[in-house]
Ligand binder design. Structure first.
Ligand SMILES: [Zn+2]
Ligand SMILES: [Zn+2]
Length: 265
């Protein structure tokens, strides 16, 4: 196990322990893939989850071709379909209606209009600065400055009042594996100040920090979940509320790594 002293970390933390077994981040692509939402719900119930939340990706003008997003104009149908599914599983597992939002300060009006089109139990704020339309020149940006931009964007997201939770704060780790950013010996220590500011904002606002299992099954590095174990260790000095999310895009990843990560919740 990468972090040797998890029990100690948990005991010392000021966090509120959440006993409910829940997975609040998954992408059944419910309007486009027939039967997948049911598979996700069955998988979660089989694993003993009491509650899950579907969080398909918002429609976004900058990414018209992405197949795993809700189509423009379909947000209310999305919410309706999630509620129908929730109704059919009501004696088996609780299903909440959520959405994953792409946050960028220049696009908050678009986000607000998406949120106004639906009715959500849960809104997850994410930062995908690798989207080409944001105009970041990946070949001429260093890893440290990219990571700092990501965290700055999450600070703004947490302060925006739009979100219950922010997800995958160190998603730059995946970006480093997929884009040609310039190497400058990056470790999270380079962005410690930005992270400290982010954690202060989470403490002040009550916006939750997601512990996201995706790196445990995507395996692009061995630093742990999002956020990596060392960042979780650093965050223990702040009174932050945590929530688990698998970020599953297929049923076999629903609930992934929960037993390993639950000590942080
Ligand atoms: Zn995401
Ligand atoms: Zn996601």
């Amino acid at each position: 196990m990468p972090y040797a002293n998890i029990t100690d970390l948990y005991e010392k933390s000021k966090r509120k322990y959440t006993a409910m077994k829940r997975d609040y981040h998954m992408h059944p692509n419910i309007l486009k893939v027939p039967g997948q939402a049911e598979k996700f719900a069955k998988r979660a119930a089989d694993l003993g989850f009491e509650e899950i939340c579907f969080t398909d990706h918002m429609p976004f003008s900058l990414t018209p071709d992405e197949s795993d997003r809700i189509e423009p104009g379909m947000v209310s149908q999305y919410c309706e379909k999630v509620r129908e599914t929730a109704q059919s599983f009501k004696n088996i597992i609780t299903i909440k209606t959520g959405i994953e939002i792409d946050f960028h300060p220049d696009y908050t009006e678009e986000v607000k209009s998406v949120l106004a089109d639906g009715s959500f139990d849960y809104v997850l704020g994410s930062s995908h600065l690798n989207i080409a339309g944001y105009g970041i020149d990946m070949e001429h940006t260093s890893k440290s400055s990219y990571a700092a931009m990501v965290i700055e964007n999450y600070i703004k997201a947490a302060e925006s009042g739009l979100f219950d939770t922010i997800t995958h704060i160190d998603v730059y780790r995946w970006v480093f594996s997929a884009y040609p950013l310039s190497e400058d010996g990056f470790t999270f220590e380079r962005i410690r100040n930005e992270l400290e500011r982010l954690f202060s904002v989470l403490e002040r606002t009550g916006v939750q920090l997601e512990i996201n299992a995706a790196p445990l099954y995507k395996r692009f590095d061995s630093l742990g979940p999002y956020p990596e174990y060392k960042i979780l260790e650093m965050a223990k000095d702040y009174k932050i509320n945590y929530i688990y999310g698998s970020d599953a895009h297929m049923a076999e990843h629903v609930g992934f790594g929960y037993d390993l990560l639950k000590k942080f919740l």
